[in-house]
Design a protein around this ligand. Structure first.
Ligand code: CP
Length: 318
């Protein structure tokens, strides 16, 4: 046979069915042919560099096969509503999509950012929660509407590696950005930092208050210079407004909040951190990013560490 374009290319259609039934039994007996016999699907509704590549590298390190699916551009448009008459733009329901993917893979990673237009839907995690509900295999959050735990796991590993005192002063500082960004990274950084033994400080302009339940025990300091005083780590991130009145909006682009060498000089020789991607000379200046105190590359490298740790624990592989 040279092509498989139609049944006319098949010499023995009935025989093929019998062979295929036997093949199915053999696949079930032999299992997948990767080192650990596992595979993961990495499903992206949004762009990525670090998350995608670190998950693939971590999978590779563990002998797990990873499959990338850019669902927004390559898949059917999914329906998430219950009982919807699907006579509009959506072609496939999450129930079937999650069921099929669960039958193919041992875990499913999801990246689905916040809409920033519907706070209730975002904070109910409309997309992630539907995958968790309908998948029969573990789901890995690769940045959802409100959290990015793989990033904060990597952040904590990085702080552990670089800290010089038992209880470092860790400052999460808002910085300006021209576009509205989700609160996910800041939320997860605060969530995980609140579980660590840090002197945790949050600094941002008025109007950028985050969910008090997530801010937890962090000290909120509206004066960025005061917040930086004595800091061991400066973690910078932009986020859009969380409050109901201006949810998802850019309410300030105040350039005096950009991280500069002068601001870093207020700290206790702090390490500079950012989850990346970063807009140079908007979030932080070249002088900060190119200084030896910047550990953003080491931080990004720990995305492999955190991804590998999560895959190992979820899939019980070594
Ligand atoms: N920090 C982070 O998640 O990077 P990507 O958006 O490139 O994956």
């Amino acid at each position: 046979m040279t092509n498989f374009c139609s049944i006319d290319d098949v010499d023995d259609p009935v025989g093929w069915i019998q062979s295929a039934v036997e093949l199915k039994k053999k696949i079930e007996q032999d299992g997948p042919f990767t080192k650990n016999g596992k595979s993961v699907c990495l499903l992206f509704f949004n762009p990525s560099l670090r998350t995608r590549l670190s998950m693939q590298k971590a999978s590779f390190n563990l002998g797990i096969e990873s499959f990338i699916f850019n669902l927004n551009t390559e898949g059917w448009q999914l329906e998430f509503g219950d009982g919807v008459v699907m006579n509009g733009n959506t072609s496939e329901h999450i129930i079937e999509a999650a069921g099929v993917m669960s039958s193919y893979f041992d875990a499913i990673g999801i990246r689905a950012f916040a809409s920033l237009s519907n706070k209730q839907e975002d904070y109910q995690e409309k997309i992630l929660s539907q995958f968790v509900k309908h998948c029969s295999v573990p789901v890995i959050n690769m940045e959802s509407a409100t959290s990015h735990p793989l990033q904060s796991f990597a952040d904590m590993i990085t702080i552990e590696e670089y800290k010089k005192v038992d209880k470092p002063r860790v400052v999460l500082s808002w910085a300006p950005h021209p576009k509205a960004l989700p609160q996910a990274v800041a939320n997860s950084f605060l969530n995980w930092s609140n579980r660590m033994d840090y002197d945790l400080v949050l600094t941002h302009p008025k109007g950028y208050e985050l969910d008090p339940g997530i801010v937890g025990n962090a000290t909120v300091e509206y004066d960025q210079n005061k917040a930086f005083d004595g800091a061991d780590f400066i973690y910078t991130k932009n986020w859009s407004a969380f409050n109901d009145e201006s949810y998802g909006q850019v309410v300030s682009q105040d350039p005096t909040w950009t991280i500069t060498p002068e601001k870093m000089a207020l700290t206790n020789a702090a390490k500079f951190m950012h989850c990346l991607p970063i807009r140079r000379n908007v979030i932080a200046t070249d002088g900060v990013l190119d200084h030896e105190s910047s550990i953003v590359i080491a931080q990004a490298n720990h995305r492999i560490t955190s991804a590998q740790a999560v895959l190992q624990k979820l899939l019980n592989v070594k």
